[in-house]
Design a binder for this molecule. Structure first.
Ligand code: SIN
Length: 288
């Protein structure tokens, strides 16, 4: 049966049908999925029932996997290539990821190996809410005027782990360790996708400033670019079902995990992170 690609929104997002990703997936099907992914930026598979090993095996067919050493406390025990995004207690303690992803971002932008892509699998969800929103950063770049494209082409976005949402509620000792592991790092504000050649904006609510500019000089432009990228017509909102695997391209999208649900209900997800190319340089903190 041929793979079917069903669009989910105008700006981005497609559901992929007609392939059992828990089984052996042929090279031809992987190529077809990759092509659809490059076009839609976010792809969704439904009714996936698999083990952590199968999740990793499928993910590895696209790219080498990150071992999540930038956030070691969030690894699934025994599976460093799987990150737990959960509001369920971990080792008797509140989970460090219970409020993860609550601002617009691209995964691991605060490291020197920003994630190429991520594959998030839902095992438990609240009865309502807990949605994830995605926006198209390639479209956001294309929609800028030529003058603004010229301005952003010269900028380096600095990412600061202090701006990672949920960090305020992290255990202070773990937070200090994470800040040491992840000092502020600058990446180009416009990035060219290493597989498709697509240009996209690379700035987010985790960008503290542009290198060489103060925070107050940078803030209006960061705010404008984020508002421009996250206009409702540039967004796909995913309402989760257990068994969904949602895969996003971090080189051409940002995402936001909404906290619009009752935390008394479990929301449990497992994520593989497809490693990106090394990028960026460490910077000193900027003037206010
Ligand atoms: C993430 O930012 O990787 C988590 C997204 C989510 O929990 O919806």
């Amino acid at each position: 049966m041929a793979i079917e690609v069903v669009p989910l929104a105008h700006a981005l997002g497609a559901e992929i049908r007609g392939v059992d990703i828990a089984g052996v997936v042929s090279d031809a099907d992987i190529d077809a999925i990759r092509k659809a992914w490059h076009q839609a930026h976010v792809i969704v598979f439904r009714d996936v029932a698999w083990t952590p090993e199968q999740h990793c095996t499928f993910s590895r067919q696209f790219r080498e996997l990150d071992d999540h050493s930038a956030t070691p406390h969030d690894q699934l025990e025994g599976f460093p290539e799987l990150l737990e995004v959960t509001n369920k207690p971990k080792n008797g303690q509140p989970s460090q990821t219970r409020n993860a992803g609550r601002n617009w971002h691209s995964d691991y932008s605060y490291t020197n190996r920003p994630a190429a892509a991520s594959m998030l699998y839902c095992t438990e969800k609240p009865p309502v809410g807990g949605d994830t929103m995605f926006c198209n950063m390639a479209r956001a770049y294309d929609d800028l005027s030529d003058k603004m494209k010229g301005i952003v082409a010269d900028l380096q976005s600095v990412y600061d782990f202090n701006l990672v949402s949920g960090t305020a509620k992290r255990n202070p000792a773990k937070m200090a360790e994470l800040l040491k592991l992840n000092p502020p790092i600058a990446h180009p504000c416009v990035r060219t996708h290493d597989e498709s050649g697509t240009k996209a904006l690379y700035v987010s609510e985790r960008t503290s400033h542009f290198d060489g500019m103060t925070r107050s000089e940078s803030a209006p432009l960061i705010e404008y670019l984020c508002a421009h990228a996250t206009r409702p017509e540039n967004v796909y909102r995913h309402q989760w079902c257990v068994g969904d695997l949602v895969c996003w391209d971090n080189r051409t999208t940002m995402h936001l995990a909404l906290g619009d649900f009752d935390q008394n209900h479990p929301r449990h997800m497992l994520r593989t992170t497809l490693q990106g190319k090394k990028s960026g340089y460490v910077v000193a903190p900027a003037e206010v």
